[in-house]
Design a protein around this ligand. Structure first.
Ligand code: LXE
Length: 621
């Protein structure tokens, strides 16, 4: 195969083209990216007196524990407490973390909890011991004492823990025990944090954040996805419940079957997005919840939700003379955050008839107030026909590897009428086109596979070719706990101790780190074929960047006739494997990219193994 590469660029590559989509699904927030290591740390949204309320907590040394609605609640947002009846001897309570706790001797952990003595006050200070112990109890990796004054008023205590050794596995617990006290003590809002990414307060787990930073992402779509919608209107994501002190955050029933602490809140997201060099694509709730509850088509019904969305945007970009801007400044960020894109809802193609009035209600109220923000519609393109006409749409595609290869041409025929597109969610998820969202036994991927990743690469080349109208694209879902998940495959899998980079993660990285500045048209690939390519020009240092995907089993050589003289050596990054290969917890590095140097030639021959993606950077003379 010979590809003739045009020397005149058809369009620039938008700086936002490759980025991240995030929502709290499969514990990607609580138990994943968010740094808190304790599960059910504040007994949010649980029913006192039930076993479920005690999730992740166990008594130690014969104590008896129960979640109660304290007669003197810690706060209106956190009304529940963990009551511990402590017998003689060493006893207290333990937390298993999010199915494990990573005990690392090089880390200093920050631990804290609230306490009060509800009945008889002790006659003197009580010593509590915070520890990191093996789940078997046999090994104490770290412990520190804190002194509890005899008070009936809620008081927070803090300590640090520095393990004497790293644990051999993550089967470890955090415990708080008493050795010279017996009686009743109420506790609330526990917390155990490892060092966070770039030291952000109430921030992110460093290894996951680093893996995301290593993708070189340009944007971060959040907070959903389904998880912004809520199962009901009452349990929708509400920005104002996610900012300020943790004692003001009630948490909510997320749409992915677990309670969200909202410790990862709007301010934490925005600060972290800035630390990561990304920009937000922020969603506002648009009046529809997944259980079907929809805000009625009347100005009075819609007004409170439009106002809440307005306040959410004002919190992000308002100057400090506005309430939102003043609140943001009080939290430590007086400067407005960057906000160029706001998405109105999520997947409202499932509620098109009401989006017909919800979209204009939000747009007509908000666009005039925030003229520099581009609002994205979340329905199918021009279906329904919305007014005012959306400037941008967010399209989601989940399908087979073959579908993605064949549909690399998806945007080729779109009108160039000023409308731009965000491919906000896409992934090859199954080999079974008649049961895409089925079980692994029926073709669903548990982890991304090589043939899925190559299909995605072919599709992504179509996005580069159409990047004059496609301004952003992100694989979804981004993160998933290895065992506690509601969706697979995910770009990254993780558990309490490990992050597993998938074959699709590497493909995302190969594109994002080699995005180039301008697209060079070239001979068209056969969409029903097995070879797919793109060529971009990089300005600094000057180079042609060739991307080549081989979705077939047979190796192939492709000659690229480049439009200018080249020099020296070319850098080849190549990932290839068997079509069903995945990186898994058992074999996390089964398929990884290999970087090598090849001779540069103006007729550049790229040798593509079966099921491979290659990126060749050829320096321009
Ligand atoms: N159903 C998918 C589409 C929705 O937007 C996401 O929450 C889900 C997983 O990425």
């Amino acid at each position: 195969t010979t590809v003739v590469v045009n020397g005149t660029a058809s369009h620039n590559i938008p700086e936002t083209l490759w980025g991240l989509m995030f929502e709290d699904i499969s514990h990607s927030g609580d138990g994943g990216l968010y740094g808190e290591l304790l599960q059910n740390r504040a007994f949010q949204e649980v029913t006192p007196g039930t076993v479920a309320a005690l999730a992740a907590w166990t008594p130690v040394g014969g104590a008896s524990i129960a979640v109660i609605a304290d007669s003197t609640p810690l706060s209106s947002a956190l009304p529940n407490a963990l009551q511990i009846i402590v017998p003689d001897g060493v006893a207290g309570v333990g937390n298993m973390g999010f199915w494990g706790i990573n005990v690392n001797a090089s880390w200093t952990y920050n631990a804290s909890f609230f306490f009060r003595f509800p009945d008889t006050l002790p006659s003197s200070d009580v010593t509590a011991t915070a520890s990191l112990v093996s789940a078997s109890g046999g090994t104490v990796f770290a412990s520190a004492n804190v002194s509890l004054s005899p008070t009936a008023d809620w008081t927070q205590v803090f300590t640090t823990l520095t393990p004497s050794a790293s644990a051999p596995d993550t089967l470890n617990n955090f415990t708080v025990t008493f050795k010279d006290f017996s009686g009743t003590i109420n506790t609330a809002l526990f917390s155990l944090f490892p060092p966070t990414f770039m030291g952000q307060e109430n921030g992110m787990r460093a290894d996951i954040a680093q893996a995301l930073l290593d993708l070189g992402p340009s944007f971060f779509r959040f907070p959903g996805g389904n998880n912004i919608e809520g199962n009901t209107i009452a349990t929708r994501w509400q920005w104002n419940n996610t900012v300020g002190p943790l004692t003001s955050r009630p948490g909510r029933e997320g749409t992915w079957s677990y309670i969200n602490t909202d410790g990862l809140g709007l301010y934490e997201y925005l600060v972290w997005i800035e630390l990561m060099g990304m920009q937000p694509i922020m969603a506002i709730w648009s009046g529809f919840s997944l259980g079907g509850q929809t805000v009625a088509n009347s100005p009075d019904a819609l007004a409170p939700y439009i106002e809440q969305a307005r306040q959410q945007i004002e919190f992000v970009v308002g100057n400090t003379s506005t309430p939102g801007g003043a609140l943001r400044a009080s939290l430590g960020h007086p400067e407005p955050f960057t906000l160029n894109f706001v998405e109105v809802g999520n997947e409202d193609q499932f509620a098109p008839s009401t989006y017909l009035y919800r979209w204009p209600a939000f747009m007509n109220a908000l666009q005039p107030l925030f003229p520099d923000i581009r609002f994205l519609a979340t329905t199918f393109i021009f279906n329904p026909v919305l007014g005012p006409t959306p400037q941008s749409y967010d399209s989601h595609m989940y399908d087979t590897p073959d579908w993605f290869a064949k549909n690399s041409i998806m945007y080729d025929g779109f009108l160039r009428n000023g409308t731009t597109y965000f491919e906000g969610e896409y992934a090859a998820i199954s080999v079974n086109p008649s049961d895409l969202f089925g079980t692994p036994a029926n073709g669903r991927f548990t982890f991304p596979t090589m043939n899925g990743s190559v299909g995605e690469a072919a599709f992504m080349m179509g996005l580069e070719r159409n990047a004059d109208i496609v301004f952003a694209a992100s694989y979804a879902p981004l993160l998933g706990h290895v065992t506690q998940n509601q969706w697979t495959p995910n770009l990254l899998a993780f558990d309490a101790g490990a992050v597993i980079k998938s074959t699709s993660y590497y493909v995302q990285q190969m594109f994002s780190l080699n995005r180039g500045d301008a697209y060079l048209p070239s001979t068209r690939a056969d969409p029903s074929g097995t070879l797919f390519w793109s060529v971009v020009q990089q300005n600094a240092p000057p180079a042609f960047i060739i991307k080549l995907a081989n979705t077939g089993a047979d190796a192939a050589n492709v000659t690229f006739q480049l439009p200018a003289a080249v020099k020296g050596a070319a850098r080849l990054v190549q990932i290839s494997g068997n079509p069903t290969d995945s990186n898994t917890p058992e074999s996390p590095d089964k398929v990884v990219p290999v970087t090598s140097s090849v001779d540069a030639g103006q007729d550049m021959v790229v040798a593509a193994p079966g099921f491979s993606v290659s990126v060749v950077t050829v320096p321009i003379a």
